[in-house]
Design a protein around this ligand. Sequence first.
Ligand code: GLU
Length: 214
Amino acid sequence: MCGIVGYIGKEKNALNILINGLKALEYRGYDSAGIAYFNKNKIITIKEKGKIEELEKIIDYSIESNIGIAHTRWATCGDATKINAHPHSCGKITIVHNGIIENYDDLKEQVKKDNYKLISETDSEIIAVLLNKYYEEYNDIIKAIVKTKQIIKGSYAIAIICADIQDKIYAIRKDSPLIVAKNENASFIASDVPAILNYTNKYMILNENEIAIL
Ligand code: GLU
């Protein structure tokens, strides 16, 4: 199960909002946690094994950011390690994923032939690799998401950021929960309502064949 939180808004306290959101999802269980955010035009990723408090020890809350995605992992493929913790990145793409990609072994074999190097043992990393591969091919993130969605099998809630697109978060889901929410100043995604309730009660469940663009 575990959790996903995403935030984009006017306020530059993304790190705070993301960590508080993850804490509100702790009841879902997890073994590691991580976040990715934009700072000075770059995606910065930090992750840690264990409790969210472990992640907080390496977070500098004075860093300003108005966009980021966050994750608590409950390992299904690969041990509960820092390397396997989310977010996962490939090229310009960074993602967090809840669920299981059932055909990841086959997909990993295919991308290895294209000389992609995989760093983690997770099924989730293949999502970042495919998104990056098709983003490079089409130069269009939506086309890359649609293509990747056609290829991956299994259950997923996925949040995506792209180094070239610093003002958007993308999200898709299938058989895993994900809500989108907003207030006057910000938009959010989350696995469940408690993660966003401090900021808004305006939310909807993302439909299975929709792509959310925040
Ligand atoms: N299957 C993925 C992994 O093992 C995601 C697990 C989750 O839902 O947190 O990394």
